[in-house]
Write a protein that binds this ligand. Structure first.
Ligand code: KIV
Length: 265
């Protein structure tokens, strides 16, 4: 990738109907590989608590963990937009969010990601005013797994879907420049993509989103144990890491991935 990806370019991609590709990355080597293959966004996700640290949830991840891995990704990146996740309870007040988000930006992030909707309006406004771009995360928000009672598809009922739309409009109005939605129905993704001006990036959310994100361990077949229905092991299909990434980027662009078998109706 020659030129740096920016949030302005991502919005332009949405306007042009070009799909956005994103992957999680946690170190310099994979960041270099993914960005060289044209992946638009690299997310230092708190999923690292599960895929790198071996925990059964993302809750144990700390700001220091994300700072360390953001520095690694920044060192290998060749032009993708870097988003750093804000871990569980690192943004429970606006002031705490501003202080911790600054650490992630100073480590090399271009944007921070927070899980939640309306309750984050003041936090998102404050971050944006202070020069920190925000990606919001709605639908299945893994930091709230103990409230949800498990990793369940969200927005199946009309009232719940309407609430997610309201939350999305609220975070966009507060200044969020991107929205990640996880494990929601394809119908709701279509409504979200149509209702918002900012790009909607989905994981387990159907091809109707403006872009897709996968956890790199799922794409490369490194994950063991539970493999989510929405993921696709491109390594098993291509047998080569470079081809696996290229194939993912191409299938997102051509809207071949995700197929109905990776989506929820
Ligand atoms: O932590 C993470 O990797 C994420 C993605 C699943 C979107 O939030």
């Amino acid at each position: 990738m020659k030129k740096n990806m920016t949030s302005t370019k991502l919005i332009q991609k949405k306007i042009n109907g070009e799909k956005i590709s994103a992957l999680t990355a946690y170190d310099a080597s994979f960041a270099g590989l993914f960005s060289a293959q044209g992946v638009d966004i690299l997310l230092i996700g708190d999923s690292l608590g599960m895929v790198l640290q071996g925990h059964d949830s993302t809750l144990p991840v700390t700001v220091e963990d994300i700072v360390y891995h953001t520095k690694c990704v920044k060192a290998g990146n060749q032009g993708s937009l870097i988003i750093s996740d804000m871990p569980f309870m690192s943004y429970s007040t606006p002031e705490q969010a501003w202080e911790n988000a600054a650490k992630l930006m100073q480590a090399g992030g271009n944007m921070v990601k927070l899980e939640g909707g309306k309750w984050l309006v003041e936090t998102i406004k404050g971050l944006t005013e202070r020069g920190i771009p925000v990606c919001a995360h709605l639908g299945l928000t893994p930091q709230s797994v103990n409230i949800f009672g498990g990793y369940k598809v969200q927005g199946r009922e009309e009232a719940q879907a309407d609430l997610i739309i309201e939350e999305a409009l609220a975070v966009e109005a507060a200044g969020a420049q991107l929205l990640v939605v996880e494990c929601i129905t394809s119908k709701l993704s279509q409504r979200l993509s149509d209702s918002l001006s900012i790009p909607v990036i989905g994981i387990g959310a159907g091809v109707e989103c403006d872009g897709q994100i996968l956890v790199m361990h799922d794409l490369l077949g490194i994950s063991t144990g539970y493999i989510p229905k929405f993921s696709k092991n491109y390594m098993a299909i291509t047998g080569d890491m470079h081809k696996a990434i290229a194939s993912y980027v191409e299938e997102v662009a051509s809207q071949t991935f995700p197929g109905p078998e990776h989506s929820f109706n």
